[in-house]
Design a protein around this ligand. Structure first.
Ligand SMILES: Nc1ncnc2c1ncn2[C@@H]1O[C@H](COP(=O)(O)OP(=O)(O)OP(=O)(O)O)[C@@H](O)[C@H]1O
Ligand SMILES: [Mg+2]
Length: 577
């Protein structure tokens, strides 16, 4: 950790480097605490070898007073270093949690991250280790040689014996870890499998019930659970065995050390005080080692957490927005846009080159799996694995500041994705104090009355993922959220999938109104009658644009009405123009 290059290597390293000064102070306080650890040893020697011999009560009082004062300093030093570390921990968390939060969300974008909560656990792990036993072990360990050196000063035999015991403890620690580590890893793996299995199946509870899948699911889960109990038992058994051996060695070492001291004292080589003191000193010398032993597993975990966090932050660095535009026209251009996905050989979108106009309504059509939803995600800049460019008003999307751009974008994903919260909060995109905009958006999408009819109106809670609303209601709330604040670019992925006739008519009205306001709208549709609201139709097949055609401008001529499809056959629509 002293290596400067280590700190410069990554964002995480650089953040850690900011705490070098705190670490130095902790080391200073630790120096005092450790030096003062020698106090009881020296006190014992004074009492046994001086006071008991001279019988001076005055000396006893003086020595005791000094000792108690030194203990006070020691207590202060220990308190000060703990406090320093706790504060550093809070600042460490503060410095990183925003970045980790952003990076976790980004890494979850195309569903690539299978355990998105991991990073938060890793951050806690790292903080707890750095501000607790990890650092204590690090700053205390260098003092073991000092204590041993003092033992050598008392008598070489005492020194050598303490080295021998230290080595035995270290070997025990290393062997113990070798034996225990694989067990812990197995437990971890099975535990993750178990929670992952439960989470995914509970989410589909309805289907599981309706289709009578419960028996099979339970059987599978019980098997996992059995395996978990078994590996846990094995790991615990090994750990306990090692613990028993370690305890045995510790007890033996204490008594044997005393025996050696007694031998030397009988022989007249050391005093009775030194005999007792050596024993206490041995405890001091071995304390950091046993701390390392105890925290070894934590250390291994923390190292893994560190590596995972470092990779996450490296893969998803905080982006510097180079273009922070206030004005958005909503003109999109695709240049050789390729979209791929991890674990997929062929690209999903295969080099799309197309220019859209600001203020036009584009319908995107194509068979299932053609890549329509992927294109929609690219258009709003949330598909991570792309090459080529998506230009918004001539600037690559990734150069825009996401925060600044967000209010200018309306996006309704295919599976809607409402959040736990009230209807108003969802439509407001969780921005505070937007009730006017929320009501306006609801009115423009024709759901204001429907919301008012709900038991708590706009304050009706959604439940997780909007589970307390009907499919159509969810879709229309998603639409209202998409057009909140009148964004310039609106992308709707199958916005009518769950709608009835009235809902579809309201949708067409909303889209037409967006067009009249000069907004650019992309909507993925399956039913051709929704083309009534569109200016051009883009046909996507197998990741390629097969046709991109203007539709007859009947809808502009006849805005209010739900116009019949100008020409349901797109091939002929092209000839009409
Ligand atoms: N996260 C992903 N990882 C790997 N492949 C993916 C991922 N998302 C989509 N795909 C693949 O990309 C292809 C296009 O998917 P997409 O969701 O864009 O289709 P779509 O045209 O919207 O279909 P639908 O009409 O059914 O919604 C599919 O073959 C799908 O399997
Ligand atoms: Mg789709």
């Amino acid at each position: 950790m002293k290596n400067a290059a280590f700190f410069e290597r990554s964002a995480l390293g650089r953040t850690l480097a900011r705490f070098r000064r705190e670490l130095a102070w902790v080391a200073v306080f630790s120096m005092f605490a450790n030096l003062l650890m020698l106090t009881p040893t020296i006190y014992m020697m004074q009492v046994y070898d001086r006071v008991m011999v001279s019988g001076s009560e005055y000396t006893l009082a003086a020595v005791s007073l000094i000792t108690v004062m030194l203990f006070l300093v020691m207590a202060f030093a220990e308190w000060a270093r703990s406090r320093l570390l706790v504060r550093a921990g809070a600042r460490f968390d503060e410095a990183l949690n925003g970045e980790v939060f952003d990076a976790s969300f980004e890494s979850s974008l195309n569903g690539a991250n299978r355990s998105p909560l991991q990073a938060f656990g890793d951050l806690t792990n790292l903080r707890q280790f750095l501000t607790g036993n990890g650092t204590f072990a690090l700053v205390d360990l260098p003092w073991t040689p000092v204590y041993i050196a003092v033992m050598f000063l008392m008598h070489p035999w005492l020194g050598w014996t303490s080295i021998a015991f230290a080595v035995v403890m270290l070997v025990l620690a290393i062997v113990g870890n070798r034996i225990a580590a694989p067990g812990y890893k197995k437990v971890n793996d099975v535990q993750m499998e178990s929670t992952g299995y439960l989470q995914s199946k509970l989410r589909n509870a309805e289907t599981a019930h309706a289709l009578g899948m419960l028996d099979n699911l339970r059987r599978h889960w019980l098997a996992i659970q059995q395996r978990l109990v078994q590996v846990q038992g094995e790991a615990a058994e090994r750990t306990h065995r090692m613990q028993a051996i370690t305890k045995y060695v510790q007890y033996s070492q204490q008594s044997l050390m005393l025996a050696l001291g007694a031998l030397l004292a009988i022989d007249g080589q050391i005093s009775a005080g030194a005999m007792i003191a050596a024993n206490a000193l041995m405890g001091n010398a071995l304390r950091p080692i046993s701390l390392v032993v105890q925290t070894w597993k934590q250390f291994v975990d923390t190292r893994q957490s560190y590596a995972r966090l470092e990779k996450l932050l490296e893969d998803h660095p905080a982006r510097e927005a180079t273009h922070v535009g206030d004005e958005v026209r909503g003109q999109l251009t695709l240049r050789q846009l390729q979209a791929t996905a991890p674990g997929r050989e062929l690209p999903i979108l295969k080099g799309l080159d197309v220019e859209f106009r600001a203020g036009e309504v584009v319908a995107i059509l194509g068979p299932s799996g053609a890549g329509k939803s992927t294109l929609a995600r690219c258009l709003v800049g949330i598909w991570p694995d792309v090459s080529g460019q998506v230009l918004l008003d001539g600037h690559p999307l990734q150069e825009w500041s996401r925060e600044a751009l967000g209010p200018h974008i309306g996006y309704l994903p295919q599976d809607i994705e409402l959040f736990d919260g009230t209807i108003a909060e969802n439509i407001a995109r969780f921005q505070p104090d937007r009730s006017e905009q929320v009501i306006e958006a609801a009115k423009r999408t024709g759901i204001h009355e429907m919301i008012l009819r709900l038991p708590k109106g706009y304050d009706t809670p959604m439940g997780e993922a909007g589970g307390m609303l009907s499919g159509g209601q969810r879709q229309r709330i998603g639409l209202a959220r998409a057009i909140l604040g009148d964004p310039e670019l609106v992308v709707l992925d199958e916005p009518n999938a769950n709608l009835d006739d009235a809902g579809e008519q309201a949708l067409v009205r909303t889209v037409r109104e967006l067009k009249n306001r000069g907004r650019t709208v992309f909507m993925i549709v399956h039913q051709q009658h929704l083309l009534a609201a569109a200016d051009r139709a883009l046909f996507l097949e197998n990741g390629q644009i097969t046709r991109f055609l203007p539709l007859v401008a009947q809808n502009q001529a006849n805005p209010g009405a739900l116009a019949p499809v100008p020409n349901p056959n797109p091939a002929r629509a092209g000839q009409n123009n």
